[in-house]
Ligand binder design. Structure first.
Ligand SMILES: [Zn+2]
Length: 407
């Protein structure tokens, strides 16, 4: 009898403890979503909140500002300066709410039944709030391996700040962290793969003239159309030659033109035409190879066009540096580590861009796993289920225990 009441007490204590962390997480999440910091905008408001929170818990942190100081990433360490720690990564920015049909105030955390609604609740302030709420707990442990925070800005406009953030973190600390846990919403499933992405703009410069002269002039539209067909054919060629990775949906690299602009009238040959496209690569396809193929086709076309019009040009620019894919092998240490604390054992992949590939590129073993569902992200009435937050908190609790006890 005595033993069972002891267990009951431990159970109640644990329950009470997790309940208080949950309450703190919701309070912090409510604060975080109240800062409507969109990708591309200054993030100093939400950053200051996080700085003040870390100050109040006496956690030292470093900022990685952009050039004009209007934005900054933040990193911090809790625990000893020894190799083998884990980085918890999140982004502070969100996507816009314009034109979306919201039933609640998007920047006010609103609970309806078992869900918490707000822009960023799932993607991905729920995870950031969970990390922050655990600061007192992590500090109370005698961690044998450190836990780092790495919070970025401008993730939603092309994962722009992560490379500098990762570099600054690795340069700053003398010890070497081993793992990076990116808390993007995956309904807590550990994700070991992510497609790479590159967004491009191609402009064709031709020569204007009366439409009857189409064989003498260079129509920018006609040339741009050829390039679009080349892009589509390239995708089919990759698929047909067996460049497949069945872990992804779709299981191939996709090449797609989403914007096409040019021309002023049906009887005027267009002298400029621009199109925007994206390439989403499976890890085994090299983006550089695809772009080099495209470039060599452009060079060949340009040479032919110059015979008719010396000023003919084809120019392609990248909207932002390509986001590398993630392909964490199942036998990497991080996989068994994350499985040992995760509620879900089955591994998966995501089809959206995330910062995980950038952490992996810097030499860290990386995995994506976080509370909430990506299906609710970027749309009206984004929410996170309370159950998801609880599962995330439970995983962070186990992380603390594991690092406190591991050798
Ligand atoms: Zn996100």
């Amino acid at each position: 009898m005595k033993e069972s009441s002891l267990y009951l007490n431990i159970f109640l204590l644990y329950h009470f403890f997790m309940q208080s962390i949950y309450q703190r997480t919701v309070e912090i999440l409510a604060d975080l979503v109240s800062f409507p910091v969109l990708g591309g905008e200054s993030n100093l408001s939400i950053l200051q909140y996080i700085q003040e929170y870390l100050d109040s818990h006496e956690v030292a942190y470093q900022l990685v500002p952009n050039q004009d100081g209007s934005k900054a990433s933040l990193f911090a360490r809790i625990g000893p300066a020894v190799d083998g720690g884990i980085i918890l990564s999140g982004h502070m920015d969100v996507v816009p709410v314009e034109g979306q049909d919201w039933k609640t105030e998007p920047f006010v955390l609103t609970q309806i039944e078992d869900k918490l609604y707000a822009r960023g609740s799932a993607d991905m302030k729920g995870f950031v709030a969970s990390c922050l709420a655990n600061v007192p707990y992590f500090k109370s442990l005698h961690l044998e391996k450190p836990i780092y925070f790495a919070f970025s800005y401008d993730e939603e406009v092309g994962c722009l700040s992560a490379p500098e953030l990762v570099k600054a973190l690795l340069d700053f600390y003398e010890e070497k962290p081993a793992f990076a846990w990116i808390g993007e919403p995956t309904v807590m499933q550990p994700m070991v793969g992510q497609k790479g992405i590159c967004v491009l703009e191609t402009t064709v410069y031709g020569s204007a003239g009366h439409s009857s002269r189409i064989r003498q002039e260079v129509s920018a539209i006609h040339e741009a159309a050829k390039l679009v067909v080349w892009i589509e054919n390239k995708m089919h060629e990759l698929v047909n030659s067996g460049h497949l990775d069945n872990r992804f949906t779709p299981p191939h690299s996709s090449l797609h033109v989403g914007v096409f602009r040019g021309g002023i009238a049906p009887n005027v040959i267009s002298d400029v035409c621009t199109f925007q496209w994206d390439v989403r690569t499976i890890p085994s396809d090299k983006l550089t190879d695809i772009l080099a193929d495209f470039q060599s086709y452009c060079t060949q076309r340009e040479a032919e066009l110059k015979l008719r019009f010396a000023g003919a040009r084809i120019v392609t620019t990248e909207h932002h540096p390509p986001v590398p894919p993630l392909d964490t092998p199942e036998d990497q240490e991080i996989v068994s580590f994350i499985r040992s604390i995760s509620p879900i054992q089955e591994l998966g992949t995501v089809s959206y861009a995330a910062e995980a590939g950038q952490f992996a590129e810097a030499g860290l073993q990386a995995i994506i796993c976080g509370p909430g569902d990506i299906a609710q992200a970027h749309r009206a009435n984004e929410f996170i289920e309370i159950k998801q937050l609880e599962l995330g908190l439970d995983m962070l609790h186990k992380l603390g225990q594991k690092l406190a006890h591991s050798s």
